[in-house]
Design a protein around this ligand. Structure first.
Ligand code: 0O2
Ligand code: 0O2
Length: 208
C-alpha cells in the first residue's frame, strides 16, 4: 500500500521540484536586470497522503479517479509584491509551452465568502518518467504577500477549529481581509517609488 502511494506520488514530486526550479529561475533572470521581478518567491508541495484521503472522502472522489478529479495533489504558490504582478505572472504561465492551462479561478475579482483572495490556475504538466511521459494536474496559486499572510493565518485557524471558526473570529478575519486588500491598494499607489528604491538597494548590494 505504502509503495503504491509512493509510485503514484512520484511524478507529482518530480513536477513540484521541476517547477520550483523553473519558476525560481525566472526570478533569478529578472534579478540580473533592473526590471522589477513580478515573482517575489515560490513554494511548492505535494499534498500529504492523509490530506488526499480526507479530501477524496469529503468530495466523494473514488481513489482511482483522484489523478483527474483532485487538482491540487501537486501545488505551487507564487508570491508577488503587487496585484498587477499577478496578472503579469498569469500571462507568463498562459504563454509557456511546457504546460497547458486548463482552468483559471479568479478569487481576486471574486473574493470567497471567507475573505480569501488569490488567482488559481490548473495546468496539465508533462513529466518524463521511467515509462515515458505522464501528464499530471498541477494547481498554481498566485497571490500577493498580503493575500498570502491572510490565507496562512486563516488556514491555521481553520485547522485549529476544524473548519468551524467562531463567529467573532470570522468577523475579525473579514476585517483583516479588507485590511489586506487596502494594503495591496496602498502599495500599488506607491509602486513607482518602491521599485526605484529597490533598484537603488540592489545596486548598493552589488557594489558591497
Ligand atoms: P532563499 O535563499 O531563502 O530565497 P526548498 O525547495 O527545499 O528550497 P522548501 O523546503 O520547499 O524549500 O521550503 P518552502 O516552504 O517551499 O520555501 C521555499 C522558499 O520560499 C525558500 O526560499 C524560503 O526562504 C522562501 N520563503 C518562505 N516563506 C517566505 C516569506 O514569507 N518571505 C520570503 N521572501 N520568502 C519566503 P529558497 O529559494 O529556498 O531560498
Ligand atoms: P491545502 O494544501 O491545505 O492548501 P476545494 O479544494 O474544495 O476547497 P476547489 O474549487 O477544488 O475547492 O479548489 P480551489 O478553491 O480553487 O482551491 C482550493 C485551495 O485553495 C485550498 O486547498 C487552499 O489552498 C486554497 N483556498 C481556497 N479557499 C480558501 C480559504 O477560504 N482560505 C484559505 N486559507 N485557503 C483557501 P486545500 O484543499 O485547503 O489544501
Amino acid at each position: 500500500m505504502e509503495n503504491q502511494w509512493e509510485n503514484f506520488l512520484s511524478p507529482y514530486k518530480q513536477a513540484v521540484e521541476e517547477l520550483k526550479v523553473k519558476l525560481r529561475g525566472i526570478r533569478s533572470q529578472f534579478e540580473l536586470t533592473e526590471v522589477h521581478s513580478p515573482i517575489e518567491f515560490v513554494t511548492g508541495r505535494v499534498k500529504p497522503i492523509a490530506s488526499i484521503m480526507d479530501k477524496a472522502k469529503r468530495k466523494g472522489i473514488p481513489l482511482n479517479q483522484i489523478n483527474e478529479e483532485m487538482q491540487d495533489i501537486a501545488g505551487m504558490r507564487i508570491m508577488c509584491q503587487f496585484v498587477d504582478d499577478i496578472h503579469h505572472v498569469v500571462q507568463m504561465l498562459r504563454d509557456r509551452n511546457d504546460m497547458e492551462v486548463l482552468e483559471e479561478r479568479d478569487y481576486i475579482a471574486h473574493t470567497k465568502d471567507s475573505g480569501y483572495r488569490s488567482f488559481h490556475i490548473v495546468t496539465r504538466y508533462p513529466v518524463q518518467g521511467m515509462e515515458g511521459e505522464e501528464k499530471i494536474l498541477v494547481e498554481i496559486q498566485i497571490r500577493t504577500l498580503a493575500m498570502n499572510f491572510w490565507a496562512t493565518i486563516e488556514h491555521s485557524l481553520n485547522y485549529k477549529y476544524s473548519g468551524n471558526i467562531p463567529e467573532e473570529i470570522k468577523n475579525r478575519l473579514h476585517r483583516a481581509s479588507e485590511a489586506a486588500y487596502q494594503l495591496d491598494e496602498e502599495m500599488s499607489q506607491i509602486r513607482g517609488e518602491i521599485q526605484e528604491a529597490q533598484v537603488i538597494f540592489s545596486r548598493k548590494k552589488d557594489t558591497e
